[in-house]
Design a protein around this ligand. Structure first.
Ligand code: FEO
Length: 499
């Protein structure tokens, strides 16, 4: 199958609806992908890139239905990674003397993968061009580290099409080829996922390369990527979006991710999240369990965030392995201008939290005070977690929070010992919101219990009919299966209500 792109350019790539993993299991693909190859037929016939090696035979069969392979005058390989040059071995078996235009670095990686140093490589540099007839030229632009040292882009004059390879692409599959044809939300979601998980480390290079290309003052009518769609409707939009993403991008968002052995660190995460929301309802707070959620979605959220909180139970005096893996990934992605803090529960030592704090600092985050809770957080510890969230919200606020309204955190005495090792001292007074559920009229000796996480109040006089707890049921008779109707945590996060 071929798809007409523009004038004498056709797409001759391969769709891959089935693929789920990329870069080993590093990148989880949720919407398929495509490996885009393009055939240009002017006075010269040129093939730009090939497809993933797993589709070599289909690629050649498809190409042979379109043209006599021997009519290909030369091949341009913009990038040697196997998803683009993978079919080269099979193709060169058919046309072994066809010249291959690529960067000098690409010769090393192509030979490294295909083991054919005898192929007729033609080295090109930025600004080099080649006449393909009919008044058109191919102009080459080196783009090292976008995505490998060998990467380059190729520009076709006359048609004003930029073959950008990985840049501006996305792992996204649709039978429709052009950006204006597909679901815009899906498309931009996949663009962000791709940028944040693959290109973030190279953001400074992205900015410099885009400025260099713009300085050529070349018209760009289309950007033909090597994954996903072709940008034909306002292609500048993705260039502008890349410039924004490459500029230490962040939204008013905080991402919390954790792993939890016994649900204790998860309880802390929930309370911290609610504390942030208490103080700054405008900030988007997202909470993920790394054992259950999509890793790449978590990383995309980190990319979008102004700050992150990373939690882990302590196990053998270190953090849980999935958190260690995430921190390694975050270090490699080299996020800039973001804040971070560590938290977690522990039993007899709290080594995990200290190690997370150190790793976050080493990764370039501006770290705030950590928070530890000993064993399962009781009511007092949950209150401290929530206060920690409130303080983090103030420390990381993008705007003055003069009018922030804070839900009351009940002051109670707890028989158990909870030991947050450090607390952030708030700079501003936390205002108590009148009229909330826990501030409603109760007698001093009422038997009510309040959830320390969400402030929902259990009133024995009312019971909880939705859980078959009859009016008049005192707290001690409330069964252990009871869950707070608001936040779905158990009895142990409830404390006596003291109005
Ligand atoms: Fe799509 Fe860097 O390969």
């Amino acid at each position: 199958m071929t798809i007409h792109v523009k004038n004498n350019i056709h797409w001759v790539g391969q769709r891959d609806w089935e693929v789920q993993d990329f870069h080993g299991t590093e990148y989880k693909i949720t919407k398929g992908t495509s490996y885009n190859s393009y055939l240009i037929r002017e006075e010269k016939t040129v093939l730009i890139d090939t497809v993933d090696h797993r589709f070599s035979q289909q690629f050649i069969q498809n190409l042979e239905m379109e043209i006599d392979l021997k009519s290909i005058d030369f091949i341009v390989i913009n990038h040697a990674e196997e998803d683009h040059s993978g079919a080269l071995s099979a193709l060169m078996e058919k046309i072994p003397t066809t010249p291959i235009y690529c960067t000098e670095a690409a010769i090393d990686s192509i030979v490294g993968h295909h083991h054919h140093p005898e192929w007729d490589f033609k080295t090109v540099k930025t600004g080099d061009n080649i006449d393909i007839g009919n008044g058109k030229q191919l102009v080459f632009v080196e783009a090292p580290m976008l995505h490998w040292p060998d990467s380059m882009m190729t520009y076709l004059t006359g048609d004003a099409v930029l073959f950008s390879n990985d840049a501006f692409g996305q792992h996204y599959c649709d039978e429709r080829l052009f950006n204006d044809e597909v679901d815009q939300n899906e498309l931009m979601e996949q663009c962000l996922r791709y940028y944040s998980n693959i290109l973030t480390p190279f953001s400074s290079l992205v900015t410099a390369k885009i400025k260099e290309v713009l300085s050529f003052n070349l018209p760009v009518d289309m950007i033909a990527t090597s994954h996903g769609i072709v940008w034909r409707d306002n292609p500048v939009q993705i260039i502008e979006q890349y410039l924004e993403w490459a500029g230490d991008y962040q939204e008013d968002r905080i991402t919390i991710f954790y792993d939890s052995m016994s649900n204790n660190t998860r309880m802390m995460a929930d309370a911290i999240a609610q504390g942030i929301h208490d103080v700054d309802p405008g900030v988007a707070v997202k909470v993920f369990n790394v054992s259950k959620h999509d890793k790449n979605e978590i990383l995309a959220n980190v990319f979008r965030s102004k700050g992150i909180l990373v939690g882990s139970s302590t196990m053998n005096n270190v953090m849980m392995p999935k958190i260690a893996g995430m921190l390694e990934e975050i270090t490699g992605l080299r996020f800039k201008a973001k804040k971070a803090a560590a938290f977690g529960s522990y039993g007899w030592n709290g080594g995990a939290v200290d190690r997370i704090h150190a790793r976050l600092t080493d990764a370039g985050f501006e770290t705030a005070v950590s928070l530890k809770a000993k064993w399962r957080p009781d009511g007092k510890a949950m209150r401290e977690c929530r206060e920690h969230g409130q303080n983090i919200a103030k420390l990381w606020a993008k705007k003055t929070l003069l009018n922030s309204v804070v839900a009351p955190v009940p002051v109670v005495e707890q028989p158990q010992v909870s030991q947050p090792v450090e607390q952030v001292v708030p700079d501003a007074v936390v205002n108590v919101q009148p009229g909330t559920q826990s501030a409603q009229a109760h007698s001093a000796d009422c038997q009510c219990m309040v959830c320390t996480v969400c402030n929902w109040v259990y009133d024995p006089a009312k019971g909880e009919p939705n859980q078959d707890i009859e009016p008049g049921t005192v707290w001690s008779d409330v069964p252990d299966y009871f869950l707070c109707p608001e936040c779905h945590l158990g009895k142990d996060v409830f404390v006596e209500y003291k109005g």
